[in-house]
Design a protein around this ligand. Sequence first.
Ligand code: GDP
Length: 193
Amino acid sequence: LKYSTARFVASYGEPEQLPEPTEPEIAFCGRSNVGKSSLLNKLVGRKALAKVSSQPGRTANVNFFEVDGVAFVDLPGYGFARVSKAERKRWSNLIGGYFEQNRSFNLVVALVDIRLDAQQLDRQMLGFLQERELPFIVALTKADKLGRNKQSQQRASLARQFCIDPEAMVITSSQTGLGIDEIRRRIQRAVDD
Ligand code: GDP
């Protein structure tokens, strides 16, 4: 994919507003503050295509980007505690509504912080993807915060905790660029399939 062609398309706050399924489509999901915007920006080589926020919980919409004819869908970060119950419900409806649609889902990139043991909401998200048999990979984020040995230990441990093939987990850092080419390769493969 020519990542330099990346452009923002539109932002949606309600599942009913989501556009007709396009093909191919790559979705990105993860807990709020996991580093999703940073990873998206790193992938496309842009500083601020997706907004990186120091205040978690700000990307409460589904954002559609287009990269060389492929839709990149940035789902709202889940699990941010300091918002109202109603707002949290809106987010989960948005994420649920998106996955309920009859879309192509070439690949879902689920982001998980490499430093944390399996979190309840990540278990739910990954469990859902497995149950639905959707093609997904896990991007383990912020790996620069751990040493090399600890990174692979933590990958093996999280693979066990989530019952996921470690091959489906890519160690990444948006800070150093670690794993970014590998994510691009997995996306390319999913698009070509
Ligand atoms: P989002 O809420 O998932 O979109 O997360 P952001 O991309 O906005 O990042 C949340 C915070 O984590 C910001 O302070 C980022 O600078 C930081 N962050 C994101 N990716 C990395 C990374 O790879 N390494 C480190 N050290 N920090 C990161």
